[in-house]
Design a protein around this ligand. Structure first.
Ligand code: M6R
Length: 607
């Protein structure tokens, strides 16, 4: 939430920062801004809207001979999206500019004190206190570096911020505490950023700062210190994402590109985790599995929490252990039953979701071994888990998660097989590992159904209310379908275990109301057929995604899309493709902002 970027080097600072902002637009896009230091003054440009909103000022800004600057793309927490609340924020004398990601919890008290000392605030943000604190400490006689550290030590909350100094434009300061901050070095200069995506064009290696650390970057150097002032040595991590992966490559939207990448991203994951002998390879799990393992807790938020729901059912089936599927924002505030014989699995694309991090920390406190499925390496969840399983989806630029969701599901299935085999609870005859090899080609087949899905989208794009129903392993997919319809197409959609429809929600079903039904589970087919009949009897418009044909279902339905079928464990994974395509095409027809839906951000670093 909120993207930050800083640059010092020999390139044009405005162009470099704008390119970087574009790559991290998914972090928040209600407003944006840039500050440039040319050795004489700071020039600030900030506005409501995404990074493109700065383009009208580009002819003026690109001519400023600045070789350093900071930039920000915002997801508002304190203060509505407005020009004045956009970052960077300045101190009273326009000497320092800061850009911040996170929340300063004690900003009210700090602000009151600073106002009493004569500081003038311009915005309604929590962030502005940071720059006035730095100004105050410099006025009190500290050197700038010490003032930045002292300011950070006054703050309570989660933050990463970067500081530009008019008087010393050859250096930029960055501080991290509970929000990501990454340092990149290249021949063309140095960077600080919240996301590695902003620097993949320039840097092969990155340093990921730890909490309570600060970096001072200059064109040729990076110095890292603790907030206490002692030097710290940080190791670097390879940046293995490429520029091409982070581009739209001819697709109208990142979301569509990422949906179409799924055969390749799944293949990549399978190649890493399934060897030629059909063995699953998870040394990370083998290393930490307690001998007395007696339950598993899988925790995440949003789309990733539906992976938990799928994982629960598969893990229970394959391991014979009880498995709890939890939403981070709830789990962290109640009795959790975590102990050293519990395995906690945290799932997160961004690796920075605040509620998932909090749940992970509870597990650590309770002595439970932790493993995370993370797509972005070097992030907080990856660093704080005992072991990390990379989901290998590559950079996902669209805010709506698609290819990483699929790789999370596949990871969950692979881990279930692995644990089932280790615990001896998975029958030797189980063929799921072999079946998985056919998944990439089946995903390709699903993608060929795009024309059919587009027609359905055209018929139903004007409907504002949907139900999505499924049973068993299809139920988590129904939840994901409803979320995608909401977040991408801005259509109200509610998901239900199909058997629940008649306990109340069916009161809303009337002629032509779209009800999307997912039918992939052979043992639940007849039950689904009954639920579908109940909707048909109320003249609802039934759109069925099915892995098997069924006369009763065919007769009652308005549209039936037959999907390729592999097995009961794998078919729900395949369903995610038409679900993604449906919400995408409805969103196109409704003119929604697909890659950057309103009010959302890709990385939810606040509670
Ligand atoms: O980065 P995470 O996987 O931890 O994010 C969790 C959710 O915020 C995320 O899945 C969200 O629901 C997306 N909008 C899904 O498309």
């Amino acid at each position: 939430m909120c993207g930050i970027l800083a640059y010092v080097g020999d390139r044009n600072a405005f162009r470099t920062l704008m390119d970087g902002l574009k790559s991290i637009a998914y972090r928040g896009y209600d407003s944006c801004g840039i500050a440039l230091a040319d050795g004489e003054r700071l020039t600030i440009a900030k506005t409501v809207g995404p990074w493109e909103s700065l383009e009208p000022r580009s002819t003026e800004l690109v001519d400023i001979p600045a070789r350093s600057g900071i930039a920000h793309t915002r997801w508002a927490t304190h203060g509505e999206p407005s020009d004045v609340n956009a970052h960077p924020h300045l101190d009273c004398n326009a000497r320092f500019a800061i850009a911040h990601n996170g929340i300063i919890e004690n900003y009210g008290a700090v602000r009151r004190d600073l106002i009493q000392s004569g500081h003038k605030f311009c915005s309604a943000t929590d962030s502005e206190v940071i720059v006035h604190l730095i100004e105050q400490f410099v006025e009190d006689g500290l050197e700038v570096e010490a003032a930045v550290r002292a300011a950070a030590q006054q703050l309570v909350g989660a933050y990463a911020f970067v500081v530009l100094d008019r008087e010393s434009p050859t250096e930029v300061y960055g501080v991290r505490h509970d929000c990501p901050l990454i340092v990149g070095r290249s021949d063309e200069g140095s960077f600080l950023t919240s996301d590695v995506a902003a620097i993949v064009d320039y840097c092969d290696e990155a340093i990921i700062l730890d909490n309570q650390q600060m970096a001072i970057i200059s064109q040729d150097d990076v110095v890292t210190v603790a907030l206490t002032g002692e030097p710290v040595t940080c190791s670097s991590t390879r940046v293995d994402w490429t520029k091409g992966q982070a581009q739209r490559s001819g697709y109208p939207h990142f979301m569509l590109k990422e949906i179409h990448e799924q055969p390749d991203t799944v293949q990549q994951l399978l190649s890493a985790r399934l060897n030629d002998r059909g063995e699953t390879v998870f040394p990370e799990i083998d290393e930490i599995l307690p001998a007395n393992l007696n339950k598993i807790v899988v925790v995440a938020c949003g789309t990733a929490s539906y992976v938990c729901a799928y994982a629960k059912l598969v893990l229970e089936q394959m391991t014979g252990l009880p498995v709890l599927a939890e939403v981070g924002s709830e789990f962290r505030y109640r009795r959790n039953f975590l102990d050293p014989s519990t395995l906690l699995v945290a799932i997160s694309q961004s690796g920075e979701t605040a509620d998932t991090i909090a749940s992970l920390r509870l597990a650590k406190e309770a002595g439970a071994p932790t493993v995370s499925f993370v797509n972005v390496m070097g992030t907080t969840i990856a660093r704080e888990s005992d072991r990390v399983i990379q989901t290998l989806g590559g950079p996902e630029a669209a805010v709506p998660s698609t290819k990483v969701f699929m790789n999370q599901l596949v990871s969950a299935l692979l881990v279930s097989i692995h644990l089932g085999r280790r615990l001896g609870s998975l029958p030797k005859s189980d063929r799921t590992a072999t079946d998985l090899r056919t998944l990439p080609s089946a995903v390709r087949e699903c993608l060929r159904l795009e024309g059919v899905i587009e027609k359905i989208a055209l018929t139903y794009s004007n409907r504002d209310s949907w139900f999505v129903i499924g049973r068993g392993l299809d139920e988590p997919l129904a939840r994901e379908a409803a979320l995608k319809l909401k977040e991408v197409a801005y259509v109200h959609a509610e998901s239900l275990p199909a058997g629940e429809l008649k306990h109340g929600p069916i009161a809303l079903v009337e002629a032509e109301m779209p009800v999307l039904a997912i039918v992939t589970q052979p043992h639940l087919r007849t039950k689904m057929a009954n639920n579908i009949q109940e909707v048909a009897a109320r003249r609802g418009a039934l759109i069925v995604l099915a892995s098997m044909s069924d006369e009763a279902i065919d007769e009652a339905s308005t549209e039936v899309v037959m999907l390729p079928s592999i097995s009961a464990y794998l078919d729900p994974i395949l369903v995610s493709v038409p679900l993604q395509l449906l919400s995408y095409h409805i969103a196109v027809l409704r003119g929604a902002s697909i890659d950057y839906p309103r009010n959302l951000a890709k990385s939810v670093t606040v509670e």
